[in-house]
Write a protein that binds this ligand. Sequence first.
Ligand code: NAD
Ligand code: MG
Length: 395
Amino acid sequence: MQKQRICILGSTGSIGVSTLDVIARHPERYEVFALTAHSQVQKIAQQCLEFGPRFAVVANEARAKELKEMFAELKISTQVLFGSQALCDVASADECDVVMAAIVGAAGLPPSLAAAEAGKRILLANKEALVMSGQLFIDAVAKNKATLLPIDSEHNAIFQCLPSTFQRDLQVSGIEKIILTASGGPFLHRDIGSLSDVTPAEAIAHPNWVMGRKISVDSATMMNKGLEVIEAHWLFGAAHDKIEVLIHPQSLIHSMVSYSDGSLLAQLGNPDMRTPIAYGLAYPERINSGVEALDLSQFLQLNFFKPNFERFPCLRLAYEALRVGGAAPAILNAANEIAVEAFLSAKLGFMQIEAVVAETLGQIASSSLPDLTAVLEIDQEARQFASHTVARMGA
Ligand code: NAD
Ligand code: MG
């Protein structure tokens, strides 16, 4: 069997590290073609030492110089590149078969789209890329015969519960509803009145999953689930009223599909991203991911309830952005990235994240987004507005 050559965008992050963990279990199937990191030079150097990729990409010239010096010392022959064009180049290179899109936030859009345009198999963790570009991304995948496989655990679960013939049409497949499960994050039961006092350390302490800082804050506000509702819309062609969110604090059912005959199909597993990553890497086959199966004899509890929009106003905003359509999801995403960053650097209160996003959504006119330039323009405009709003509201 020919080895699959993999590019990992964001290899030093939580998803990137889990991807390398799965790859290391199957050296006969996979080889690493390129790794990319933003700032963690030491960490990517270690990864290159272990996996020997052709290319390593970092953010800028200074970090590239630092990495080259480490490579010289460690006698590593990996070629060092830097900057955003280099991310697109490695993601679309002829010698690359599979791209794991695991950069956090809008920075991941250009290389993920480049991978789609080059017809790659894309393992999509970077939900923000799809939320921002929506139709543009889906069209690029279809036009260039790329394969888009969801890695976000909920969407991966749904994908596993869909018929193999599924063609992005719920009705044709007899699907009533897609049910996204959500843990509810660390503040599910905290007194609503005290949410404005939440600290960054409290917000990133997720009860079930170990993840990067941005997605951890998004889980605490449930904006993460909101982004996932929009992601599900684009991945599965589901209208907003066909996507339901259900809180399931144990995170053992990763999502469900409800069929018109009364069947409810669910995917269960331990909360460990190596399961969806291994699924995406080997699809349609199954390989060892290093994750143990659930032991159902252990009297596991499975509880479910509907989310409270008072507690989680960001979830309502995301539904609203999806309903409005056009550029609204891109504006929502950009404002959220700015607000989360401000919260993490103690410039904004936890409950003000929603206020910044709501105000930005209300003020920036939604336009159509025919190409990447238009998406990046509206992203910039929303970021600027949100930054001013943070400066006005912030601590
Ligand atoms: P993380 O913060 O741990 O890692 C982010 C990666 O992106 C790092 O490798 C970093 O170097 C890179 N990066 C950051 N900013 C960059 C920039 N401006 N340019 C280039 N590279 C940059 O994040 P994570 O938890 O691994 O999440 C990555 C993506 O996967 C996010 O979109 C997240 O929503 C999604 N996701 C993560 C999980 C999870 O369990 N961690 C689950 C589902 C989806
Ligand atoms: Mg998820």
